[in-house]
Design a protein around this ligand. Structure first.
Ligand code: BG6
Length: 484
């Protein structure tokens, strides 16, 4: 396989919050890897902007360190880092005041694409958008990129949308959900709509249920105060798991174009039924020998925030009526593993009799790690003694199938930043999509707050609270094992 790098126009990219964690971990190393891949054209500039008083040289030093710490390109030649650093500039800017804005304007060139990345908290979005216009830095062709969390509930998301809309058109706004930048997440669309094999069976008539799991081993890290105000529902379900659900459940868009895809995703969210309380399980990890529990991690001894969430939901439309979707995600679980399992129904009649047991085809799309796909098929167990059946996986690792080039796939942020420069919004959330997702999650959150619900404890390194297993057992189903 030959990897193809699609050229983009030269650009000026301003990163607000350029000294922050996300910029150092993801955005700047990601840009460097694209530079190594030859995708950042001459004449482009990357301008860091933040409160800290720093000059170009110390910013370049900070970026070089970030690249060393968080990963550069695999095939970078000597001297490439210095060439990349020469594209950088830094301007101290006061987001809420007037300092630095004219200096920033003076640094901008006349590249055909101008983009502003708001790698800052949502409370600054409005101030930044307003000043970009006020100081004439942005025009009707400029692009702005905003990060999650996009609001805390429907009202705040709507307010953010309204604020941004005062200064920019929807076509200029790129709301990031980094799950959409993951190669395997995009693969969900390729698998469904690029093959004849799956789509005819992709409906309630043939699918018994679907499981979506995003299991993490990490805890809340240094983000305790943010996380404790959010919890797994706001941090993961409302955005990342919802996006996976949309891609799995949506109707085929007529074309792979931004609004065609986003219209279909929106229809899925709007067709989601409300979730009754007994279909929701919230969990919180307990202290274990020597290891602090969730409450100690977030320094809130009475916290009722969930670090685990499992739920069963239904999509009320022609395709999915009667097929449950089970979603779960949590921190400090047994393994880091994200996957989607499509469990097909039993064959209508077994010619092998009841002794052959129950066998089901399961299509598993592994998102991370070890991206790939397996399809469980039923075959005869080898050997004499009659017709005993056994399920075996047809197993495909994408890295193996695609060869060494498959290992070079860009990280989610690299992909998404390049899409901003290309002006392709397909993998970004539209304002109405984000609002619809909040409109579905808000009543669930309000419900458990009104009931004073306390999350169920679970052990670090487990698969979550027992109630999550019960959610499945009650329906005669079970979660797939999540293994390291
Ligand atoms: C972020 C969440 O959006 O996604 C984190 O805020 C979570 O809590 C992370 O750990 C998971 O992303 P990934 O790419 O590691 O699966």
């Amino acid at each position: 396989m030959v990897s193809r790098v699609i050229p983009v126009d030269p650009f000026d990219l301003v990163i607000f919050g350029a000294t922050g964690d996300l910029a150092r971990r993801k955005i700047l190393p990601g840009l460097f890897r694209r530079f190594c891949a030859g995708q950042i054209p001459e004449g482009s500039q990357i301008i860091g902007a933040a409160r800290s008083d720093m000059d170009d040289a110390s910013f370049a030093e900070m970026v070089a360190e970030a690249i060393r710490e968080f990963g550069g390109g695999r095939h970078c030649e000597d001297g490439t880092l210095d060439q990349f650093l020469s594209l950088l500039a830094y301007v101290p800017v006061d987001a809420m005041g007037s300092d630095g804005w004219q200096a920033l304007g003076a640094r901008l060139g006349d590249a055909p694409v101008r983009a502003f990345y708001f790698s800052v908290g949502p409370s600054l979005f409005g101030a930044l958008a307003e000043r970009l216009r006020q100081y004439g830095l942005a025009d009707d062709d400029s692009r702005v990129v905003v990060e999650k969390p996009f609001g805390h509930d429907l009202a705040s998301a709507r307010a953010l949308n309204e604020t941004l809309a005062c200064h920019f058109a929807e076509e200029q706004i790129y709301r990031i959900d980094h799950y959409l930048g993951k190669e395997t997440v995009q693969n969900l669309m390729a698998v469904r709509f690029g093959n004849m094999l799956f789509e005819p069976l992709w409906n309630a008539q043939y699918v018994d249920h679907i499981q979506i799991t995003v299991s993490e081993t990490v805890g809340v890290g240094g983000r305790g105060s943010y996380y404790d105000r959010s919890g797994a529902m706001r941090d993961m379900v409302q955005n990342h798991l919802m996006q996976l659900l949309c891609l799995i459940a949506m109707e085929p868009p007529a074309r792979f174009e931004p609004d065609a895809v986003r219209d279909e995703k929106l229809k899925v969210i709007r067709a989601l039924d409300p979730v009754p309380p007994h279909h929701l399980v919230r969990g919180q990890y307990d202290a274990a020998e020597g290891a602090p529990g969730y409450r100690a991690d977030v320094e809130n001894p009475r916290s009722r925030t969930e670090s685990f969430m499992a739920l069963k939901c239904h999509i009320s439309n022609w395709r999915w009526a009667g097929t449950p979707f089970y979603l779960r995600t949590g921190k400090k679980l047994r393994a880091r593993a994200s996957e989607i399992a499509v469990v097909f129904k039993d064959a209508p009649h077994s010619i092998f009799g009841s002794e052959a047991g129950r066998h089901r085809n399961v299509l598993v799309i592994r998102l991370q790690p070890n991206e790939g796909m397996t399809l469980d098929v039923t075959i005869k167990e080898p050997g004499p003694g009659g017709m005993r059946l056994v399920d075996v996986p047809l197993d495909m690792s994408f890295a193996e199938a695609l060869g060494p080039d498959g290992e070079d796939v860009p990280d989610a942020y690299e992909r998404l930043i390049m899409d901003v420069i290309r002006g392709n919004q397909t993998l970004f959330m539209r304002g109405d999509e984000v609002e619809a997702a909040w409109a579905w999650t808000d009543p669930l959150i309000e419900g458990w707050e009104a009931r004073n619900d306390v999350p169920k404890p679970y052990d670090v390194g487990s698969s979550g609270p027992d109630d999550s297993l019960m959610l499945m057992h009650r329906d005669g189903r079970k979660w797939r094992d999540i293994r390291p």
